[in-house]
Design a protein around this ligand. Structure first.
Ligand code: ATP
Ligand code: LTN
Length: 334
């Protein structure tokens, strides 16, 4: 708890530009939760190093993701938005917690197995210990809840195991965090292949709608979305393309599947796709505009980063000192 509020923690990797999967699956939920909790949202730039990156591109992506947090509606006066690498306590705690995590646990992680297969020429130790750093992100702020996509749930379970193991030895040092899996937009699928999740690393760029795409591009991408040869707009497992478009439309409007079915009863796929495209473009337009303003206001963004880094450091250092003392490291002489 900070004051009378529970603590919420989440982060995104600093990889490229955000798409509507990131927005409807994560950011939009973050914004909805931001009043209720004391929130910390990091840009996980250290995690991004587990895959070989161009330095200039990484630096740019990191700043863009932070600006996107603000543009999407996270008020930086109330929500602590910051760069993970700017708070050294993350990396320091990660070393200690590595010593409380078993190799067997890390080897079992699905993401490690997937990424090792995908980047077989660079299976570095960071890829393996990635979840330990993620656990430290969360534990440093004594977070109660962590909104994540389903793909990150296994990492959260590991976080709980490591924290419980540490607490069992040293007393109640860490709060045990709960995952929060959002319901709307939890899995936005590719527009070209609705059985695959929408992903920025997709070779077919028409399958991905970016938050910064302009209105015409968004409408064009939705018009080309793969559906089926039927014409009815109904939510059904054997119509994955329409299901995906209905999920997206539902996330953008707050409408239920029944309401969407009624709205488009008797209309064809063309009308529906156009409506989804226009609605998504309207939701994204103010975010894009705010992002462009922020891009021009370097001084403001820099001051937000400075203030929030100080705030994050204060809470992170407090936990780190406690852990260092518990395990028997000497007091730091300044
Ligand atoms: P990509 O495959 O595009 O690189 P990612 O999963 O690596 O995507 P991250 O930056 O790691 O993207 O994820 C940021 C957040 O966005 C996470 O909470 C993740 O669960 C969510 N997310 C990513 N893609 C989707 C999607 N297609 N649908 C819903 N949520 C998504
Ligand atoms: N691994 C996460 C990003 C991430 C994160 C975190 C999420 C890094 N640290 C702490 C929640 C809490 C991902 O790839 N989406």
């Amino acid at each position: 708890m900070i004051g009378d509020k529970k603590v919420l923690y989440s982060a995104m990797q600093a990889t490229g530009v955000l798409h509507i999967g990131n927005y409807f699956g994560a950011l939009q939920n973050w914004v909805n939760l931001s009043e209720e909790y004391e929130c910390f949202y990091a840009v996980a730039d250290l995690h991004a190093l587990t895959i070989r990156r161009d330095p200039a591109e990484l630096r740019k992506s990191t700043r863009n993701v932070l600006m996107m947090y603000i543009a999407a509606g996270l008020d930086p006066e109330k929500n602590c938005v910051y760069y993970q690498s700017s708070v050294p306590a993350h990396a320091e705690l990660a070393w200690i917690m590595n010593c409380f995590t078993y190799l067997g646990e890390l080897n079992r992680m699905t993401q490690f197995k997937d990424k090792s297969a995908k980047h077989s020429d660079n299976i570095n130790a960071g890829l393996l210990t990635y979840p330990v750093l993620m656990a430290c992100d969360i534990l440093l702020y004594q977070a109660d809840v962590v909104p994540v996509g389903l793909d990150q749930k296994q990492h959260l379970e590991l976080t709980r195991d490591i924290a419980e193991r540490f607490n069992a030895i040293y007393g109640d040092v860490f709060t045990i965090p709960e995952p929060y899996i959002g319901t709307t937009g939890a899995r936005v699928m590719s527009l070209a292949d609705p059985t695959k999740k929408m992903s920025k690393s997709d070779e077919n760029q028409n399958s991905v709608v970016y938050v910064l795409d302009d209105k015409d591009t968004i409408i064009r991408k939705f018009k080309r979305a793969i559906t089926d040869s039927d014409t009815r707009i109904i939510y059904s497992e054997d119509k994955p393309g329409i299901m995906n478009l209905m999920d997206i439309y539902g996330a953008a409007t707050g409408k239920t599947n029944e309401e969407i079915e009624r709205e488009f009863d008797g209309k064809g796929y063309g009308d529906f796709k156009l409506a989804v495209g226009e609605t998504v473009a309207d939701v994204l337009a103010p975010i894009k505009e705010r992002f462009e303003q922020l891009s021009k206001d370097k001084a403001y963004v820099d001051s937000v980063i400075k203030n929030n880094t100080e705030k994050a450091s204060y809470f992170a250092e407090k936990t780190l000192r406690k852990v260092q003392k518990k395990v028997g490291l000497p007091e730091r002489i300044r």
